[in-house]
Design a protein around this ligand. Structure first.
Ligand SMILES: NC(=O)c1ccc[n+]([C@@H]2O[C@H](COP(=O)([O-])OP(=O)(O)OC[C@H]3O[C@@H](n4cnc5c(N)ncnc54)[C@H](OP(=O)(O)O)[C@@H]3O)[C@@H](O)[C@H]2O)c1
Length: 173
């Protein structure tokens, strides 16, 4: 899979044209069979529309910052309506949300670590996850998330939390 990391360079008034040039090159590599899947990262609906208006081949994946407390529903819903798969970067909020009392309490209820709760929360929404760890035990733990299920009521609670742990990395700001 090959992803465009950001939709635009900050301050670039010609970003639409630059984006089209880049997507044209990537689409050609895909059509030539050199890349199996092409996608984007940090694309919001107004970035995606530039591609929709100019290309037949659209991204297959959009990799977004997604974790408990930062679910970017507008962008996620937009992609889902177009069958664009969603992948979460910083699914653990890079450590910023693990001490949140609400998350800690919910993790205790399910007898799991806060990190396991955070990963299962995304997985139950059919979002792929790419947690990063430099520690072998934590890498293994991050694969072992399927032996419990967060119930519908608790999913709704987690989905309705106010904003938490935003990285402050935004493609337009
Ligand atoms: N597309 C983009 O714009 C974008 C932006 C940022 C990041 N990413 C990608 O997203 C991936 C992950 O994101 P991220 O590194 O920002 O954040 P993350 O995966 O949410 O958090 C990583 C942090 O969590 C710790 N950790 C991992 N597993 C743990 C566990 N089971 N228990 C306790 N702590 C745990 C790690 O420490 P230890 O290493 O000590 O375990 C590390 O400090 C990376 O591959 C990165 O390249 C993409």
């Amino acid at each position: 899979m090959y992803l465009l990391h950001w939709p635009r360079e900050k301050g670039d008034s010609q970003w639409r044209s630059h984006l089209c040039q880049t997507w044209k090159a990537v689409s050609e590599l895909y059509k030539a069979g050199k890349i199996k899947a092409i996608g984007v990262s940090n694309f919001l609906p107004h970035h995606m529309k530039v591609l929709e208006e100019n290309f037949e081949i659209l991204p297959m994946v959009n990799q977004l910052e997604l974790h408990i407390g930062y679910m970017q529903n507008y962008a996620v819903d937009y992609c889902r309506e177009r069958n664009i798969h969603i992948q979460a970067w910083s699914p653990l909020g890079r450590g910023r949300i693990k001490e949140n009392p609400f998350i800690v309490k919910m993790a205790e209820k399910y007898m799991v670590t806060p990190e396991k709760l955070m990963l299962r929360f995304l997985n139950q929404q059919d979002i792929s996850i790419i947690p990063k760890s430099n520690n072998e035990e934590r890498m293994k733990a991050n694969l072992d998330i399927y032996d419990f299920t967060i119930d519908e009521f608790d999913m709704s609670l987690l989905l309705s939390l106010p904003q938490l742990g935003f990285s402050e990395e935004h493609p337009d700001l």
